[in-house]
Write a protein that binds this ligand. Structure first.
Ligand code: C5P
Length: 287
């Protein structure tokens, strides 16, 4: 039995620009700046034997569960790794969820990336970096970034083409994530954005001089006014930047100093303090 543990860091998008759908492939072109954050799921992967299992627990485990094991990105990542590398036949994965589900922080993708990194660290014949990234691309648009070893990258294409040269290091690294009671499905957010653009045309979302933006934000705020309230409250409490996380429903604020511990919101929302990461946490090989 070989065992590895990894902190699967979540991501935010410091900017996110969405272009039209790529012809007939069901994906939009985009340009984004990914950045890892300290908030992470903990993953233990055991490779060996012939049985395959996944167990998810933890404070951010939804009461309704996470759906079928075979559909879970962490499980699919291990199954696809096994197919490509011819190893391992059996595996067991334990995920302790700290990243909110349906929040736009790439939690499921982080788990898949963590499993791929962990398996490659203990594989008798590891996959080459390019092949590992090709496995990651097949699992989702955010997975290659979260499988790589970069703190930050510019993503393009459907999000899977990564450029590591460009560094946009925000000076304010203290972060407060706010998770409202509702979650948002990524495919829904893309559909709402398309419908909005069909009806209203291509309204540029970025006023001149704005350094950071998220094309989903105006559309999501129209449907969920709480998002705008959270953003305004974060800015009123000293955030240097407050932005929708990915396709939502989380909002993050970046602060120079310790973020506030309460926002006095009159609706349900959880506050999760964290930081923009200053390093990618390395896989620990336990056995
Ligand atoms: O790649 P991922 O599994 O995260 O995508 C989830 C859904 O989001 C896709 O099925 C698609 O509907 C939408 N999507 C998109 N364009 C992208 C990424 C995602 O339309 N670049």
């Amino acid at each position: 039995m070989r065992v590895a543990r990894v902190q699967a860091q979540a991501k935010i998008n410091l900017m996110l620009q969405i272009f039209p759908m790529l012809d007939g492939r069901g994906y939009h072109q985009l340009k984004t700046v990914f950045h890892r954050i300290d908030l992470a799921d903990e993953i233990v992967v055991r490779a060996g034997g012939s049985a395959r299992s996944l167990e998810c627990t933890g404070p951010e485990m939804p009461a309704s569960g996470l759906g079928k094991t075979e559909d879970n990105l962490a499980f699919r990542a291990a199954a696809e790794f096994s197919r490509r590398a011819g190893w391992p036949q059996g595996f067991s994965i334990e995920v302790t969820k700290h990243i909110p589900v349906g929040g736009g922080l790439g939690g499921g993708s982080a788990d898949a990336g963590g499993v791929l990194r962990a398996l490659n660290a203990i594989a008798p014949n590891p996959l080459a970096a390019a092949e590992l990234l090709s496995v990651a691309s097949g699992l989702g648009s955010d997975v290659p970034f979260l499988t790589g070893e970069s703190l930050q990258a510019v993503g393009s294409g459907r999000g899977t083409q990564l450029n590591h040269d460009v560094a946009v290091i925000p000076p304010n690294r203290e972060m407060l994530i706010v998770k409202p009671a509702f979650s948002i499905g990524t495919a829904d957010a893309y559909r709402w954005l398309d419908e909005h653009r069909e009806r209203h045309g291509w309204v540029p979302d970025m006023p001149p001089g704005t350094e950071s933006f998220n094309d989903f934000q105006p559309v999501i705020e129209q449907r969920f006014p709480q998002i705008k309230t959270i953003r305004e409250r974060l800015l009123a409490r000293g955030a240097r930047l407050a932005l929708l996380a990915g396709s939502g429903s989380c909002v993050f604020g970046l602060f120079r100093d310790t973020p506030p511990t309460s926002l006095d919101l009159d609706f349900d929302a959880r506050l999760i303090p964290t930081r923009l990461s200053s390093k990618v946490v390395q896989v620990e090989v336990l056995e």
